[in-house]
Design a protein around this ligand. Structure first.
Ligand code: ATP
Length: 370
């Protein structure tokens, strides 16, 4: 069957040189990307970066100024929205208030005179785990339940690509986390290609197989959540996905697969394959949770990256971790997250510490912080 639970019926999505200008303003600037069939793909970026415009062009709700869009290898650029094998789930669920949940889900199928519309709508409700609410009206559902109905309504049409435009944005935090897990489960189960637009980095990271980080109409970096987090290639990505310490320095030597960088008089090393640039001004990056705080007088192995001593200027308890700010003369303030493990001791405010981390957790970026 081609029902929503059949699985594996997603299609590749391709964008080639897609640009959208509003007057002289480029909302989307020469975007090229391929989303393999069956991928949970997230377009992640701050407000105004062009992610919704990109999604609307894929849906056929907006026409590219130039470039082409293919679905399953077919060029759909000139096709109208209803002629494309896509469905969109929006933040506003737009359910019909006078119809029951089941009728809402069956609506599109009935209009297209799909023979087993009601049976398929029931399958769709089962998929989103709401079969027991089939006879209710939307007003009698919670926000999260309404969002599931909207999802079922889109899924029963068996689109090759399902587009999700901030679908969880209206839900409270706890419900949003639950729905993230649910969406991922459903996507895995149906095997469709999902393209999910969000400005929430945690949402993109927890759900998506692949994430494209967008900024000012362009893709800054594309990769798996772990790749983007562990090895950001631009300052924007390093700061948008969690926190990064970025220390300005200058390359002094490149040897045996290592780049030696002078950072305010301290020598730090970056694995060459984790360095964007191997000459001139660079930024040496490290995530706060990769850093150990050590007493200023402790012996250190000389293959670690070490800075300091510095002074602890802030200690914030955050449950699973404690977050420190450490001011290092000549380098500025670094953030350090330490897990609160059983038996672990906190470092006191005002303490003199050094900061050490393994070179393999270090990344190198181009340029300066400004
Ligand atoms: P958000 O998360 O706030 O929705 P976004 O990343 O989805 O942001 P878009 O909605 O794609 O951003 O908008 C990108 C840019 O294009 C914005 O600066 C926006 O003001 C502009 N824009 C979008 N639609 C139009 C339009 N119809 N006419 C003029 N400018 C537009």
């Amino acid at each position: 069957t081609d029902g929503p639970t059949s699985g594996g019926s997603g299609a590749d999505l391709g964008l080639v040189g897609v640009t959208k200008a509003f007057g002289s303003y480029l909302a989307v600037d020469d975007l090229t990307l391929t989303v393999p069939a069956g991928t949970f793909f997230a377009l992640l970026g701050p407000s105004g970066c062009g992610k919704t415009t990109t999604l609307r062009m894929v849906a056929g709700l907006e026409h590219p100024t130039s470039g082409s869009i293919t679905i399953g290898g077919t060029d759909v650029t000139a096709r109208r929205a209803h002629q494309r094998p896509v469905n969109t789930v929006f933040q506003s669920y737009a359910l019909f208030p006078h119809l029951t949940v089941l009728e809402n889900v069956a609506f599109g199928l009935r209009r297209r005179r799909v023979p087993d519309a009601v049976a398929r709508a029931r399958d769709g409700l089962a998929l989103v785990e709401l079969p027991h609410l089939a006879d209710r009206r939307p007003a009698q559902l919670s926000g999260g339940q309404q969002q599931r109905v909207a999802l079922a309504r889109a899924l029963v049409n068996s689109p090759a690509v399902l587009l999700l435009d901030e679908p969880l944005g209206a839900l409270d935090l706890k419900l949003r986390r639950q729905m993230q897990v649910e969406l991922k489960r459903i996507q895995t189960e149906v095997g469709l290609t999902f393209v999910h637009v969000t400005h929430d980095q945690e949402e993109a990271m927890t759900m998506a197989d692949q994430v494209a980080v967008m900024n000012a109409g362009r893709i800054e970096q594309l990769g798996t959540p772990a790749e983007l987090y562990e090895l950001p290639r631009t300052v924007f990505v390093a700061n948008f996905l969690g926190q990064s310490n970025l220390l300005p320095g200058r390359v002094r030597e490149v040897r045996d697969g290592w780049v030696g960088v002078d950072v305010g008089g301290t020598r730090l090393v970056v694995p060459q394959d984790r360095a964007v640039s191997t000459h001139g001004d660079v930024l040496v990056g490290v995530r706060p949770e990769k850093i150990h705080l050590l007493p200023a007088d402790e012996e250190l192995s000389d293959d670690a990256n070490v800075v300091g001593p510095g002074r602890v200027t802030d200690v914030s308890f955050a449950g699973v971790s404690t977050q420190y700010q450490v001011e290092v003369p000549g380098l500025g303030t670094l953030g350090v997250f330490a897990q609160n493990l059983a038996g672990g001791a906190q470092v006191a405010l005002g303490a003199q510490v050094r900061l050490a981390w393994a070179p393999r957790f270090t990344f190198g970026l181009d340029g300066s912080t400004d």
